[in-house]
Each structure stands twice: as structure tokens, then as C-alpha cells.
Design a protein. Structure first.
Length: 262
């Protein structure tokens, strides 16, 4: 279809060319507005920010910080997803993940957020009438509570003695869960021996509701990491949220208050 007519004195649009110009001009105007909006998102925090976190840390510590972040940046809508499972940053459409351990994907950036030492513990109610384990091999004679989720030890517990010796024990028990908070409640109610993050049970240890077992044997740390895609061209909303969490990292380490657990 001819949209231009040329002669010795110049060019002119045909009627079809004029109709095409009007429509293309409208589309270009919309495209320029879209590009301007997206470009502004690099400088001003705005839009939807999708955050993923483990359940225990997310509900008790990340969620309160998310609400504070939202007040500081009212143009950012934060969607917080909690789950003790593997998160695929692309398929799950996540901007920032707080995960246990660094990911294997080299295209992702992983920054250690906080240390997460673990210990073997049980309640006095469970230990009543039982001989407490003194060596990792003794765990085979106990009901062990198993956390079966991403980043957990599952039923393969590894402990290191004071001389650096490694002790691998395959534990067993009648209770298995994929929820870290459920595991803590089972331990508190005396259902078995648990391998738990210290930050999650610190107050229970202080109050004597849980007792650390085999203190001479150390479990591997399960550190928490901030994970996001790429260092370059991060939207302002993502940069702002990462900076906010890093500024408040000491609050993540504080004991959970009774009100937070209620």
C-alpha cells in the first residue's frame, strides 16, 4: 500500500498514509510515557515488590519490617510470601528472597544477612525418665523430630566435636513436618528431640522450656541470605528494600517477644 507520493516538488501523504501516521503517533506517545515511567522506577521506589521468606523468620521478624518499609515508601506495594521451600526467583516471580543458605545459581546475588547457629534440644518433659544423649550415636535411641524442607538437615544430622571430628547420624521419629514453627511447638510439648536454629528457641532455652543437648557437639550453621537477581539495573524499590533490611539487621537477631509469639 502506498503511503507517500513523491514528485519533483516534494512528498505528501496519501489518505492511507495520513491514517497510519495518526495511529502510529498515538502509539509512540503511549510508548514514550511507558518508557518514562519505567525509567523513573530506577530512581524512585514504586510499583509491586515481591518478597519471599522462610516462615519463622518471616512471620516474626521480616513481616514487621515490611510494614515499616511500606510506610516509608507508600508508592511501593509489598507482597510477602512465607514458606519453608525452595524459591525459584524467575518462575516464582520474586524480587527479593530471604533464604537459608546461598543459592547454586551463579546469576543470582546472595548477601549474608545474619548467622544462624543451630543446636540439638528437647524439653524437660521429653527427657523425664529418659537418658539424655551424650554422643551423636545416642540419637538413634531417641524420637527425633524431623524438618523436611529446603535447607533443613532432614533426617541426616551432622555434628562436629571439639576436635573437629565429624559425626553423621541418620535419625528417625514418628513426626515429620515441613514447617519450622510446627517443629518448635512439637519440641516444646515434649514429643521428641529437635535440631533447631538458636534464634528461634533462645527464649525457650533461657526459661528452661527447652534444654540444649550434647553442647560439646556443634551443628552446622544455616545462615540467612538476601538473594536477588543481578547487581546491575536493579529497580529503586529493590535497592531500597535491600538497604532497609541491611540497616535493620540487628533487629532480626533480637529475641522474639511474647507478644510476637501470641
Amino acid at each position: 500500500m502506498r503511503v507517500l507520493v513523491r514528485n519533483a516538488r516534494g512528498l505528501r501523504l496519501t489518505s492511507e498514509g495520513q491514517a497510519l501516521y495518526v495511529r502510529v503517533d498515538t502509539l509512540l506517545s503511549q510508548l514514550n510515557k511507558a518508557i518514562a515511567y519505567v525509567s523513573a522506577c530506577r530512581d524512585v521506589p514504586r510499583g509491586m515488590l515481591k518478597v519471599s521468606s522462610t516462615i519463622g523468620l518471616g512471620r516474626n521478624r521480616i513481616a514487621p519490617l515490611v510494614s515499616e518499609f511500606s510506610k516509608l515508601y507508600p508508592d511501593v506495594t509489598v507482597q510477602l510470601s512465607l514458606g519453608d521451600r525452595y524459591v525459584d526467583m524467575v518462575l516464582d516471580d520474586v524480587d527479593v528472597a530471604i533464604s537459608i543458605g546461598a543459592p547454586d545459581d551463579a546469576s543470582l546475588v546472595a548477601k549474608r544477612l545474619m548467622s544462624n547457629p543451630c543446636c540439638v534440644c528437647a524439653s524437660p518433659a521429653y527427657l523425664k525418665g529418659r537418658k539424655a544423649p551424650r554422643h551423636p550415636k545416642d540419637l538413634k535411641r531417641h524420637d527425633c523430630l524431623i524438618l523436611d524442607c529446603h535447607g533443613s538437615f532432614k533426617d541426616q544430622w551432622q555434628l562436629e566435636d571439639e576436635y573437629g571430628g565429624q559425626h553423621h547420624v541418620k535419625v528417625s521419629g514418628n513426626l515429620i513436618t515441613d514447617n519450622s514453627e510446627t517443629l518448635r511447638e512439637w519440641a516444646l510439648k515434649g514429643y521428641g528431640v529437635a535440631l533447631k536454629s538458636r534464634w528461634d528457641i533462645a527464649e525457650h532455652l533461657d526459661r528452661g522450656e527447652l534444654v540444649q543437648l550434647m553442647p560439646r557437639y556443634r551443628a552446622p550453621d544455616l545462615d540467612f541470605y538476601l538473594v536477588y537477581a543481578g547487581r546491575d539495573l536493579l529497580p529503586a524499590k529493590t535497592r531500597a528494600f535491600i538497604a532497609f533490611l541491611e540497616e535493620n539487621v540487628e533487629r532480626l537477631k533480637q529475641p522474639i517477644s511474647d507478644s510476637a509469639q501470641a
